[in-house]
Write a protein that binds this ligand. Structure first.
Ligand code: NAD
Length: 445
């Protein structure tokens, strides 16, 4: 006779086995030191176009990367020009007109951090001037912009890095290694979210008191967008408006999708996207919802994303495998094994008599004598304290500029994630399933 074991019971509760399992934790090493130095020791001379919120952050990170040196900046807003110089900490020439930087023969590369509707124009100008480009995410404002950028970069034989820095994060690189090893088993479902619950998280950024048509070159900022009188709200909160941004999809989905592309190796556009959502709290004249949820069909895997600006429940990406669940959250990843060892049925025996149950268990244990392998440990991997994946991403770019080897996030990768963002918005606004027409290279639906 085989008594019903503790294990037979605990298997019923999903967390029970994991709770009893050992946890192994590893701090990963930053690869930035290895990546940053160009083999020749030459420093890449770079200019920065757009020194607002992100441009300044990029310059603070670039200071940590000895493989490059800033030689000039451009921005249309006077305070942002001063802030850029302050962020890098070295006095470099700064201008409103970026074309004067592109004319300089001593500029090898350009970091572009302008509002999304200007990406195409600025990148195409950089490429035409023979510069390599690091362009912030999302690469494109719409499908046509992305296609034009890919064509220009490829025909100009330029190095192009799209700016989703998580792709260079050691935690994401480790996650990619684990995914490729097959340790998760088949993965058919991936979930990701970026949730926030604050005005700042919904881009209600303060308007700087000195903002005016004198301190900002509004006409140039509006180029390629419909003309309108100076509007400081649109300048500072451009993510809310479809003429310049793409809402949560372009701002936040893009990080999740870049992470998923990097970890799974699926460098492709999804075949379908279906979105729903709502604008319930931030009814301030914006064009986009403050909750967006999208189901994507990627080859062999369903991807479910949402961004909610009305509840802060973090920003994990979860890979549900037959053998293990992997969660990437910030600078940590956790792999929790699924208990797939043979087990006797329990739930459906509730309607059996005690005698029939016992006979079933005796037969089951006779047929499955074991012993069964120990459940693998729960494993966590974290980036070291103070880790800066933007510095890592910039270092990867500088190295490619020097070696002409491939960057970690090229124009095709960046274009694919941006198209997926556009499909998410397309479906939300059309109230229809958005499909990718590969022949026409456009979204239908
Ligand atoms: N990778 C990330 O984590 C991350 C984070 C934030 C923003 N971003 C991206 O960075 C980019 C900039 O965002 P932001 O938050 O810094 O916006 P921002 O409005 O604070 O800064 C953009 C700056 O670009 C300048 N600009 C626009 N067009 C220009 C032009 N033609 N010539 C010179 N300057 C020009 C503006 O004057 C402004 O100062 C966007 O593409 C955004 O999506 C990426």
């Amino acid at each position: 006779m085989h008594p019903i074991s503790r294990r037979d019971f605990v298997r019923l509760g999903a967390g029970a086995v994991a709770a009893g399992a050992a946890i192994k934790s590893t701090i990963l090493e930053s690869t930035v030191l290895a990546a940053q130095a160009a083999p020749s020791g030459r420093q890449i001379r770079f200019a920065s176009i757009g020194t607002g919120i992100r441009g300044c952050d990029l310059l603070r990170s670039a200071r940590k990367v000895p493989g490059g040196v800033l030689v000039g900046t451009a921005d249309l807003y006077d305070m942002h020009r001063k802030a850029g110089v302050e962020a890098y900490g070295t006095d470099v020439p700064t201008t409103r007109d970026y074309r004067s930087l592109l004319d300089r023969k001593d500029v090898d590369a350009v970091i572009v951090a302008v509002a999304d509707h200007q990406h195409r124009r600025v990148v195409l100008d950089c490429v035409a001037a023979g510069k390599d480009v690091y362009c912030e995410k999302p690469m494109s404002h719409n499908v046509a912009d992305g296609q034009a950028m890919v064509a220009a970069v490829q025909s100009g034989k330029r190095i192009f890095q799209a700016g989703s820095q998580r792709v260079s994060n050691v935690v994401y690189q480790k996650a990619a290694e684990i995914y490729a090893s097959g340790r998760l088993g088949p993965v058919t479902y991936i979930e990701g979210r970026t949730d926030r619950n604050s005005p700042s998280g919904a881009w209600v950024y303060p308007i700087a008191p000195d903002a005016s048509a004198e301190t900002i070159d509004w006409t140039t900022w509006l180029r390629d967008a419909p003309s309108r009188p100076f509007d400081a709200v649109r300048f500072f909160r451009w993510r809310c408006f479809a003429d310049y941004g793409e809402g949560v999809a372009g701002d936040l989905y893009v990080h999740l999708l870049s992470g998923i592309q990097c970890i799974t190796g699926m460098n492709t556009v999804p075949s379908r996207a279906y979105s729903t959502g709502s604008l319930t709290h931030f009814k301030d004249g914006r064009d986009f919802p403050d909750l967006l949820a999208t189901l994507y069909d990627y080859p062999g895997v369903s991807v479910n994303l949402h961004c909610n600006q009305n509840n802060n429940s973090g920003e994990p990406i979860i890979f549900y495998g037959k053998e293990a669940t992997m969660v990437v959250n910030g600078n940590t990843l956790t792999v929790t094994p699924q208990d797939t060892r043979p087990q006797p049925e329990s739930y459906s025996l509730n309607g059996w008599t005690a005698e029939a149950k016992q006979k079933y268990l005796d037969d089951w244990h006779a047929a499955n004598p074991g012993p069964f392998a120990k459940l693998p440990e729960v494993e966590t991997f974290s980036a070291p304290p103070g880790y800066d994946d933007t510095a890592e991403h910039i270092a990867n770019f500088f190295r490619a500029v020097e070696t002409r080897e491939h960057v970690v996030e090229d124009e095709v990768f960046g274009n694919n994630t941006a198209i997926a963002c556009h499909m998410g918005n397309h479906s939300y606004f059309s109230r229809n399933v958005a499909t990718w027409d590969a022949a026409a290279q456009n979204i239908k639906g």
